[in-house]
Structure formats: structure tokens, C-alpha cells
Design a binder for this molecule. Structure first.
Ligand SMILES: [Fe+2]
Ligand SMILES: [Fe+2]
Ligand SMILES: [Fe+2]
Length: 422
């Protein structure tokens, strides 16, 4: 397997964009929170290692809510410091802790994420208070509330005084008073606020994240893909192992097509991330028991576009982006979102489409049970006849139907065994 190195800054910034996806675009809540953290870190003169952890954690601090679109919306809409039920604000922090703890690349951020809503004066499930709460968590807690209370429409500088007042009211109870002082100091600058209007242009964030960054290996990349596959698959109980199963079947087919070891590795990552853009779809749509309305179908159609736009930004992953994101394109050019046809659809993309359809038909859905072999074969044959998917690949799949079914079964058994941690 060819080993290559990925810039973690590029990877973290890009992948965490998926966590801010919404039906109407990208909210950028976490990115803006990270930009605010940059300003605070600069004043605090943090070491570059501590700063890197702070900014990486800020970019994914709400990762524990990512599997629930509705929960993410609720968090983003909760103004001031009134979050309703106390436990409900902590549950996504706990989930985030569990997810990151089990990820080899990000386990050092788990504790920060767990404490990112801890109140300065205590009463937190962590049992921590005041300076025993990790500094990075205290900073993110403050930055998160500044971001949430900053209005997303109207002139940005109108926010300065109202937000400063809210934060001051909770100094010493919710927030570390010394950090509130730092905030008052750096938020005198207009640029503190105006940086939030151009989050993609924030050279401050890029420069600071880049300082002394180590590289991620291909193996780390796979770990990150697995972390996101877990988040995506948790969105619906009907698709608890979908990404892993599609990944497994796609690798299985690619192996028969003579893909190299390195290509198989890339196919594995592509399969894990093929539905990354699903994080833009409300769970109510994914779990709907009946058929989708025309409008809901349009929302679903967004997902592969986002998968592509996110993955194409990561170095070395151009091919992965295509294999992953073109799985709803069809050979007759009537698929989505790019309306590609057989002239542009590569073998890797065709494999992913066949793997995705096969796995979907073998899974239970809110509106139907998993289908028997004969029905699956009939549906897929009709798709071949209508020039939707590759006949050669479907034939290959049918020749190894039982083995492909075993790949899916193995994933389901694995998920059953890991029910608590998965
Ligand atoms: Fe949060
Ligand atoms: Fe947040
Ligand atoms: Fe999909």
C-alpha cells in the first residue's frame, strides 16, 4: 500500500464542514467558533501545540450532535445561555467524548469536547469546576456562546455591544472571568467581528492551524473516514451499517475487477464516505415511514453534491471524491447531481453505484422490509436494461451473490456486537 501524508489542517477543516451541513447550506457554526478561539488564543499566547488542539476541538466541538440533524438545529438556535434541560446540553458533549475517544487520530481532543459546556461555577456532570475544567474547553464554551448570540443577518458590528452584555452577565457563573476579560479586550477591534463574516477567508485560522502541524498518514485518514461513517450511519436505525457495508461490497467488487492494493484502500475510504453529504438531510426525512414528497426528494438529492464538494478539497482524494460522490449518477445521464453519463463515469464510480443499490436492497427501510434475492436480482436487472448501471458489474455481483451478502452480514454482526460503543 502506498503511504502518503495528509495535512491535518486541510483534513480537519474540510471534514468538519460536513458537521455544519444544513438543508439550506452550511451554517459554519463550528468554523466561526474556531475563529473566535483564534483571537482568544492569540491574546493568551498559548503554545502552538495547545492552540492546535484548541482549534481542532473547536472545529468539531458539536460532533456528538452530528447524527441528529434536529439536535444540531436545536443547539444552533439556542440563544443566550438558556439551554432548557441541563442534561440535554451535556448529552451531545458526552456523545462527542465517546466518538473521539474511540478515534485514534482525535482521542486527545475527547476531554476538551466533553467539557465544552461546563459552567465555570460547577454543577457539571464532569464534576469539574473553575480552573480544573480544561482551558481549551473553557475557551470553546465562551466562543460558542459568542458565535450563537451573533446575529447572522444585518450589519455585523451591531452585535458588538449586545453580545458583550450577554457574556458579561454570565461572567463568573457560566464563564471564566479572566477569559471574559480577554474577550472584552480583543473584541474592541472591529476586525474581531468582521472576521466572522468571511469565515472561509480567515487567514488567521489557517495560519494558526498550520503552525508546527504534524502529518496524518493514510492509516489516520482511514480512521477519520471510519469516524465519519459511524456518524453518518447513526443518523438512522435503518442504515446502522450502510456505509461500512457499501465500503465492503465496493472493495469486494473492485478486487474482482483487478484494482491494485492502493486502489482498494482508496475504495474502502470512498465507500465509508459516500453518503457524507447525508448530514444535510433532516432525520425526519431519512426515517419517514411513507414515500417522500417531491420537496423531500429534492432535499435528498443534495447529499452527493456535498459529498463531492467536501472530499474534492482534500489532497490526494480527488479520485475518492469521484468514486464516492457519483453513486447516484446513471449511465444514461439522468442521475444526480452532475448528470454525468457513460462517457465520464469511471469504473470506480460504477462499482460504488452497484454496491450502494445492492446494499440498500438488502437492508430494511422505514417503508419496507429487506428484499429477497429474486426481487433484488429483478430490480437490478431492470436497471441494467434501462441503462442505469453497469451490466458487467451486476453480472459479477450475481456470480458472487452469496459472498457479497456475507460482506453485508458481517458488518451487521459487527454492529450488533458493538451496539453500545458503536
Ligand atoms: Fe455544543
Ligand atoms: Fe456549538
Ligand atoms: Fe447516497
Amino acid at each position: 500500500m502506498a503511504i502518503f501524508f495528509v495535512n491535518p489542517v486541510n483534513l480537519i477543516q474540510t471534514m468538519t464542514m460536513a458537521l455544519d451541513l444544513a438543508v439550506d447550506g452550511v451554517s459554519l457554526h463550528q468554523k466561526r467558533t474556531a475563529i473566535i478561539c483564534c483571537h482568544l488564543a492569540e491574546k493568551l499566547k498559548m503554545s502552538s501545540t495547545d492552540e492546535q488542539s484548541l482549534l481542532s476541538a473547536a472545529l468539531m466541538h458539536d460532533i456528538g450532535a452530528a447524527s441528529s440533524y434536529e439536535e444540531r438545529k436545536r443547539l444552533a438556535d439556542s440563544r443566550n445561555t438558556e439551554w432548557g434541560e441541563k442534561e440535554s446540553i451535556y448529552s451531545h458533549a458526552e456523545n462527542g467524548y465517546d466518538l473521539l475517544k474511540s478515534s485514534r487520530s482525535f482521542d486527545h481532543l475527547a476531554e476538551i469536547v466533553r467539557c465544552h459546556h461546563d459552567a465555570w461555577d460547577g454543577g457539571n456532570p464532569s464534576g469539574l469546576c473553575k480552573s480544573s475544567i480544561p482551558l481549551a474547553a473553557r475557551i470553546i464554551h465562551l466562543a460558542d456562546r459568542i458565535e450563537i448570540n451573533t446575529k447572522k443577518s444585518g450589519p455585523m458590528l451591531y452585535n458588538c455591544e449586545p453580545v458583550r452584555k450577554i457574556i458579561k452577565d454570565y461572567s463568573g457563573t457560566q464563564f471564566d472571568p479572566s477569559l471574559v476579560d480577554v474577550f472584552f479586550d480583543c473584541s474592541k477591534k472591529e476586525s474581531f467581528w468582521l472576521d466572522l463574516t468571511l469565515p472561509d477567508k480567515s487567514s488567521t485560522l489557517n495560519a494558526r492551524l498550520n503552525m508546527g502541524s504534524a502529518h496524518f498518514t493514510t492509516e489516520d485518514l482511514l480512521n477519520v473516514a471510519e469516524l465519519f461513517a459511524t456518524i453518518i450511519d447513526r443518523m438512522s436505525r435503518f442504515t446502522a451499517t450502510h456505509s461500512r457495508s457499501v465500503s465492503g461490497v465496493a472493495v469486494f467488487l473492485a478486487g474482482y475487477c483487478g484494482f491494485s492494493k492502493n486502489e482498494l484502500y482508496m475504495m474502502r475510504i470512498a465507500g465509508l464516505l459516500h453518503d457524507l453529504g447525508k448530514l444535510s438531510i433532516p432525520n425526519a426525512v431519512l426515517e419517514k415511514p411513507g414515500s417522500l414528497t417531491a420537496q423531500e426528494q429534492l432535499i435528498v438529492r443534495q447529499h452527493t453534491y456535498y459529498t463531492y464538494r467536501i472530499l474534492e478539497q482534500i489532497e490526494h482524494l480527488n479520485q475518492v471524491a469521484e468514486w464516492a460522490a457519483w453513486h447516484h449518477e446513471t449511465l444514461d445521464g439522468a442521475g444526480y447531481p452532475f448528470r454525468l453519463d457513460e462517457d465520464s463515469l469511471t469504473l470506480g464510480a460504477r462499482i460504488m453505484a452497484v454496491a450502494d443499490i445492492f446494499v440498500a436492497l438488502t437492508e430494511n427501510r422505514p417503508y419496507r422490509k429487506k428484499l429477497p434475492k429474486e426481487t433484488i436480482m429483478r430490480i437490478m436487472k431492470t436497471m441494467v436494461e434501462n441503462n442505469k448501471i453497469s451490466g458487467r458489474l451486476v453480472e459479477l455481483l450475481f456470480d458472487h451473490f452469496q459472498e457479497a451478502g456475507m460482506v453485508v452480514q458481517t458488518m451487521e454482526d459487527w454492529a450488533g456486537e458493538h451496539r453500545d460503543s458503536y
